[in-house]
Write a protein that binds this ligand. Sequence first.
Ligand SMILES: Cc1ncc(COP(=O)(O)O)c(C=O)c1O
Length: 307
Amino acid sequence: MADLKIWMNGRLLPQEQAVLPVNSAAVFYATNVFEGLRAYWNAQDGELYAFRLGDHFARLRESMKMMRFTVPYNDDDLFEAVRAVLAGNEVREDVHLHLVAYVLGPGLDATTPTGLYINPRRRPRVAEGQGLACCVSSWQRTSDNAIPIRLKCGANYQNGRLATLQAKADGYDQPILLDRSGKVAEGTGATLLVVRKGRLVTPTTSNDILESITRTTLMEDVCPRVVGMEVVEREIDRTELYVAEEAFFCGSGYEITPITSIDRFPVGTGEIGPVTKRITQAYLALVRGQDTRHPEWRTPTYKRVTL
Ligand SMILES: Cc1ncc(COP(=O)(O)O)c(C=O)c1O
């Protein structure tokens, strides 16, 4: 996978040829919507499994709808594009994909044409084997009536960028953002779960978070099955973070990423906790297909299937 090509509007192009016009809304206003997902290589099966591909396509479509993009792609088109970029690059290892639908014209006209590209890249695990030192950011999560986080558009990520650069300037690894009411929202590219008084707790989808597919996977399957804990969705106060037993981020890119301190308070013992460890192992086995439960969540990208 030395020289990864980008799939752009039906063509597989070298990176330097996959370019956008400077006067497009895509470039000037970051008028795009996107999905980030991982596909996992399973050597035993000789197969590359894209995790919850149909759910990512559904969310891409929801984002396009909210942004009033024209939507020229159905799931089959998107699947063929994913297959083309993986097969075209002969990917036989773990890969992270960005699927990006963008607006070519000035962007204020709902009928302006959109394009689509898929950018495959190697993306190592975030903080492998370590916990993150997080802070509570003084930057507030953008809110549903301003620039909704439920909508996965590129421009939203300026909010996370401001918070991340501030956190790093202040000596932390990552920020945790609060919502418009001062309740805990999420990380910049991941949702947050904490263990509090022996229960797994996560903010609600009305706390200015993305409706995370990984969070859903943990709630539907991994947490109840592996640690015997239902995930409770409720508002979380900032100070609960300081007295939580465990905390971790989850997301397609972040997978399960432990947090071991928040505002310099150690989370629990300050080491990665037992619940986080068990959930991490179980999640990674599930996405790769070493755990064969839920085959409907793993789309084989080499074998010909329909979604
Ligand atoms: C802002 C934000 N929150 C949460 C997540 C986690 O969502 P998912 O589990 O669907 O990847 C992401 C990742 O896409 C994100 O960008």
